[in-house]
Unconditional design. Structure first.
Length: 278
């Protein structure tokens, strides 16, 4: 039954498909570098995992169970950790008529649903093996911090190093000349945000390093919280619903602001009340 969700995820709403759509849009606007973010890489990893599950179910392919457990736990940490928390960090909104907002939400939230499915309704081969061995059952239910934090951090740190070299060293002048939007520019544009306040207190040349250090620290923290999501079903479920509720709240706030602004323009009122001269 749950294998059907993987099929639906791959064919119907895979974040990779939405990422390709954003790449096409970006090629016309020449404003973004959409393939270098960690969220895109993680969503592609989750889609690959879902495809493997489907292939195993259809073709009855078998692989090493120990490796399978590690892959599941690492994928879980990526999807339920930094990817899910990105909905809150970037204020993703459930706005159906906006391709950009819908794509961003799907890119971050749906892999978290795959993580929930692979944890609480695992692949049939994993379930069968775990029933035969008490050690395997204990290993599955008691994922260690090594599996959920240390192992996911290794490829992430490789990505962080490559991202820093590409964005802030090799392509820095080109990005500034062509006006490309990057995650660094987006998160530091608002002077009131916590990220901007932290990064701006450093000298300009040290700001990229400070930003990446903060990125690594927060990512490690989200990996650590995954220990709770892995061990407790209800906590994990409530977390997913809370993330979706936050995106719906952000979407409702967006609609309210847009329609209120249109109403003000319709009745001919100024968007902001004029200040009285003293």
């Amino acid at each position: 039954m749950w294998q059907m969700y993987y099929c639906w995820y791959i064919c119907g709403c895979s974040p990779t498909q939405h990422t390709c759509t954003r790449c096409v849009a970006a090629s016309y606007t020449a404003r973004r570098i959409p393939l270098l973010g960690s969220c895109t890489c993680i969503s592609t990893l989750v889609t690959t995992f879902a495809a493997i599950v489907v292939l195993k179910s259809v073709a009855a392919l078998c692989c090493s169970v120990s490796c399978s457990n590690i892959v599941v736990q690492v994928t879980f940490a990526y999807a339920a950790g930094p990817l899910a928390w990105s909905v809150v960090a970037f204020r993703n909104s459930l706005v159906f008529h906006s391709l950009d907002k819908t794509t961003s939400l799907f890119l971050h939230w749906f892999p978290a649903c795959v993580a929930w499915t692979e944890r609480w309704h695992p692949d049939v081969h994993v379930r069968e093996y775990n029933k035969k061995s008490t050690e395997a059952m204990a290993e599955w239910h008691d994922a260690s911090l090594l599996d959920l934090v240390v192992l996911p951090m290794i490829p992430y740190l490789v990505w962080a190093l490559l991202y820093y070299v590409k964005i802030f060293v090799l392509s820095s002048s080109r990005i500034q000349q062509r006006g490309y939007d990057t995650l660094f520019n987006y998160t530091t544009a608002n002077p009131k945000s916590g990220v901007s306040k932290f990064v701006k207190q450093f000298p300009p040349k040290a700001q990229p390093v400070a930003y990446m250090a903060l990125h690594v620290t927060l990512t490690g923290a989200t990996f650590a919280v995954c220990k709770v999501w892995w061990n407790y079903y209800h906590a994990h479920t409530v977390f997913l619903l809370a993330i979706l509720s936050i995106s719906a709240w952000n979407g409702a706030s967006y609609y309210f602001e847009v329609f209120a602004h249109r109403y003000v323009q319709t009745v001919g009122l100024p968007s902001k009340p004029a200040r009285k001269k003293q």
